[in-house]
Design a protein around this ligand. Structure first.
Ligand code: CA
Length: 229
């Protein structure tokens, strides 16, 4: 059974999360402060950590830093609603996802399940990476689905390749613009949204069970690859 560590000082929130996660088949450990979180992380060896940012003794970022020094264990930050700085900070510091309070417990469970679906379906060989039936040749700048080459505009292809180089990571519109359009780009973020729309259309026959380009609301996009396990 996989263990989830909840580091959260509000008893009501921690209790609800524990109940839902247990119902979903996880073992749960709870910690009520940053220090206890660090201690329990070292002893419980969880599969995933739900980590509150505002803790009584230290902030969640310290706890995240401690975890990242030791392992790549997935961490989902629990942030205040609409705090975009927290979201960005979280990703920069190695968080895997974030959830804004107040959240629905079912959504937390869904995110936990999604983060734990490891990208074991990714196979790399000779600069070519296969994401299920989607084959990406990063050196040759070509993408194939079931062996058929897909047709992108040059910029859409650059955008797609950039996303595919970072599977299961959220990239902000700003990051995408900077890497694909360039720092001197003066147009609107909408160019990204339109390009993503076109890319999704090109990828429409890629099975949704294998992966997708997911919108991360208020933030950006994620090239998600799902394990077939
Ligand atoms: Ca708190």
């Amino acid at each position: 059974m996989r263990t989830i560590l909840i580091v959260e000082d509000e008893p009501a929130i921690s209790r609800v999360l524990k109940a839902y996660l247990q119902r979903a088949g996880y073992a749960v450990e709870q910690a009520w402060s940053g220090e206890e979180g660090i201690r329990k992380f070292d002893t419980a060896r969880p599969s995933l950590v739900l980590l509150d940012v505002m803790l009584p003794d230290q902030d969640g970022w310290n706890v995240l830093a401690h975890i990242r020094e030791r392992s790549a264990c997935p961490v989902i930050m629990l942030t205040a609603l609409g705090d975009i700085d927290h979201k960005l900070q979280g990703f920069n510091r190695g968080a895997d996802d974030y959830l804004a309070k107040p959240f629905v417990a079912e959504e937390v469970v869904a995110r936990v399940n999604a983060v734990l679906r490891r990208p074991t379906y990714i196979v790399e060989h000779d600069g070519i990476t296969c994401f299920g039936s989607l084959k990406v040749d990063f050196k040759g700048h070509a993408v194939f689905l079931h062996g058929v080459r897909l047709s992108f505009t040059p910029r859409d292809l650059s955008l797609f390749l950039f996303l595919a180089r970072h599977p299961n990571q959220t990239l902000t519109r700003e990051q995408l613009i900077e890497h694909v359009w360039g720092l001197d780009y003066e147009g609107s973020d909408r160019a990204v949204d339109l390009a993503i729309k076109r890319i999704r259309k090109v990828l429409q026959h890629w099975p949704a069970s294998e992966g997708e380009i997911k919108t991360v609301r208020g933030l950006g996009y994620q090239f998600c690859v799902y394990s077939q396990a």
